[in-house]
Design a binder for this molecule. Structure first.
Ligand code: BDR
Ligand code: CA
Length: 308
């Protein structure tokens, strides 16, 4: 059973991903980034999720800002002002650890070399900091799975080809993409191909256990947003990436390509540029996940929600 180090900015889809991790794997720790909402909220939400799951994994707070430039948007309009649907959960029980996330990532991978799968569900600030402090980090992780990017330019931010996690901290993504000679990339476009039907998903929420009830609540703001924008279906980017982290054999179609991050473009900063035709002859480091087994993905989500 996989041992996961999860870097996250909860976040509604992060919440579902963490529930999946708890149901199907061991969570070694959550390291928390700013992204969907500010760091104060994302750390608190990570602690709230730990209480919901009755778990004891440590939660480490990371960096409150991107490496270089202040972000020009967050994602509170989808996830709620507090990042978890503005439900008003009580103060979580235990505090976050005192150690900062980047140092915890380095320490945990030193204590358990080759054992931990790193799952990146947030802007890559914490991972980039850790890599700058210790460039040997990639040698000590079993795998890296990144939720990020829009491989043919259909992003989900105000800068059209940029996906949120990469667009929020492009320099950090650049550091990570240069440092790892192989990682799995689950992008926004794959997410859109792997949505769930609204009625099907509602039936899971209605028949699952307390985790389904929790998710039903936090999911409301995202639902309202979708309804307002005439979008149907449930898409959960981080849940898809988590499925790939838990069981890589779920991937049915992928391509290994060199991927770089645009750092300067006036309209394109934060875009992921894929060398599809290998014109630059650079080492291809990203296994781009194009398709997974949807039935197995659905089964993983159902179990995480406690659907019988
Ligand atoms: C990614 O951005 C965040 O809003 C989600 O939590 C996910 O990690 C999708 O682009
Ligand atoms: Ca996220």
């Amino acid at each position: 059973i996989p041992q996961l180090l999860i870097d996250t900015d909860p976040g509604v889809d992060d919440a579902l991903a963490i529930m999946m991790a708890h149901a199907h794997a061991d969570i070694a720790a959550l390291s928390v980034a700013a992204g969907n909402v500010g760091l104060g909220h994302t750390v608190r939400n990570a602690r709230t999720l730990r209480d919901l799951l009755g778990a004891t994994f440590p939660v480490f707070a990371g960096c409150a800002t991107p490496l270089v430039r202040a972000p020009d948007e967050d994602a509170a309009f989808v996830h709620g002002m507090d990042g978890l649907g503005d439900v008003g959960f009580p103060e979580p029980k235990a505090a976050a650890e005192g150690e900062v996330a980047a140092l915890a990532l380095l320490r945990l991978t030193r204590e358990r070399p080759g054992e931990l799968t790193l799952v990146a569900l947030a802007p890559l600030t914490n991972l980039a900091l850790a890599l700058r402090l210790d460039p040997t980090l990639p040698q000590r992780v079993k795998r890296l799975v990144v939720m990020g990017g829009a491989v043919t330019g259909h992003g989900n931010t105000g800068r059209i080809p940029a996906e949120f996690n990469i667009g929020f901290d492009p320099e950090a993504a650049h550091v990570v993409f240069e440092a790892f000679s192989r990682f799995d990339l689950v992008d926004w476009e794959a997410t859109l191909r792997h949505g769930f039907d609204d009625a099907e998903f509602d039936a899971w929420l209605a028949t699952g256990d307390q985790r389904a009830a929790f998710f039903g609540k936090v999911f409301r703001t995202a639902r309202d947003y979708n309804a307002k924008h005439d979008r149907s279906g449930v898409v959960a980017a981080d849940a898809l990436a988590m499925a790939v982290a838990i069981d890589p054999s779920i991937v049915t179609r992928s391509e290994i390509r060199a991927v770089a991050v645009e750092l300067d473009g006036r309209l394109t900063r934060g875009a992921t540029v894929v060398d599809w035709a290998n014109r630059l002859g650079r080492p291809a480091q990203a296994r781009i996940v194009l398709e997974v087994d949807q039935a197995r993905f659905a089964a993983m989500v159902r179990k995480a929600l406690g659907v019988a």
